[in-house]
Ligand binder design. Structure first.
Ligand SMILES: [Cu+2]
Length: 152
């Protein structure tokens, strides 16, 4: 599947926006969506965010998509006998009154087959699908290649 040219344009034009507000969807709040700048498009990008659940029932993150990547997947990094591995995760739980945090070294969004490089200072849309709360699109902010979190 090829990315329409217009989506690449929209990505370029959204550069320089200020930090996004948390996005509310049903009982969930998605906050601090960020990514590391990519080295061109030959290596996958990684994105992170936090989901808080204000409801008294758990929800599950079951799908991801973005115009910057033709294959957007949920991955988890685990350390076993000193070796770091990444595994595809089908779904992630957001416990009732709890939260799910995606962060470097843990669970992350892997943006495979980048259609456009992730440039520092730019933003791009990422759509999350939740079992109960439905779909929601957040703006992901791109920080430097060595960033460890969304700096203020
Ligand atoms: Cu990964």
């Amino acid at each position: 599947m090829k990315l329409p040219v217009i989506a690449v344009f929209a990505f370029g034009l959204s550069a320089g926006l200020a930090q996004a507000e948390p996005v509310r969807q049903g009982n969930l709040e998605i906050d601090a969506a960020w990514a590391r700048a990519s080295i061109g498009t030959s290596r996958p990008g990684a994105a992170y965010f936090t989901v808080r659940n204000f409801g008294d029932e758990g929800d599950r993150l079951i799908g991801l998509s973005s115009p910057v990547s033709t294959m957007t997947m949920l991955h988890e990094t685990t350390l076993s006998e000193g070796i770091s591995r990444m595994a595809h995760v089908e779904a992630a739980e957001i416990p009732a009154s709890g939260e799910l945090t995606l962060e470097p070294g843990g669970m992350h969004v892997m943006l495979m087959e980048l259609a456009t490089p992730l440039r520092e200072g730019a933003t791009f849309p990422l759509t999350l699908a939740f079992e109960a709360a439905g779909e929601v699109t957040v703006e992901v902010h791109v920080f430097g290649p060595g960033a460890t979190g969304p700096a203020e």
